[in-house]
Design a protein around this ligand. Structure first.
Ligand SMILES: [Zn+2]
Length: 164
């Protein structure tokens, strides 16, 4: 640590010392950060950020990776291992028959389209009275304490129930 005094007499810590101190602090939380690798990026993907080099968390991998300190909490592996792990997880999900994110989104979209198609062309937001829709309009089960529902045939726009 080399601290110098400026013309005002206050102690000036060089940027290198400042970074070294920061690195010590970071390595307490993230021991995988390699000593002496901290630096401030002036260009590239991490421009303006402080980066360090981490050791891949995979046993026996030995690869290193430069990451922004702001990403340390979520980066543990080298790019190769990250990709391998992701692929392995996907394979696992497929083996379990779990739907992937993509198919889930597709299903939701399909349902949305279906719902919008069954809407009345008048644009009143009511479902077209098909056999299925009529079934849905069956009298709701009356819970104890609920108000009696009005006649079902005219229940297109239910009266707001005020609870006193
Ligand atoms: Zn690795």
């Amino acid at each position: 640590m080399t601290a110098t005094k400026n013309s005002n007499g206050s102690i000036v810590v060089s940027e290198a010392d400042h970074l070294a101190a920061k690195e010590r602090e970071i390595r307490r939380t993230y021991p995988r950060v390699l000593k002496g690798t901290i630096r401030k990026e002036t260009h590239g993907a991490h421009a303006g950020k402080i980066t360090v080099v981490i050791k891949c968390a995979t046993k026996g991998c030995g690869n290193t990776r430069r990451v922004a300190t702001s990403d340390l909490f979520q980066v543990r592996y080298c790019p190769d291992c990250t990709r391998n792990l992701r692929n392995a997880k996907r394979r696992e999900a497929r083996a379990d028959g779990k739907p992937t994110k993509k198919t889930k989104a597709h299903k939701a979209k399909a349902q949305k389209v279906k719902a919008s198609k069954s809407r009345s062309p008048l644009g009143d937001g009511l479902p077209v009275p098909t056999g299925k829709a009529r079934k849905v309009r069956k009298a709701p089960k009356v819970q104890p304490g609920d108000l009696q529902p009005g006649p079902i045939a005219h229940a297109a726009t239910p009266e707001p129930v005020t609870v006193s």
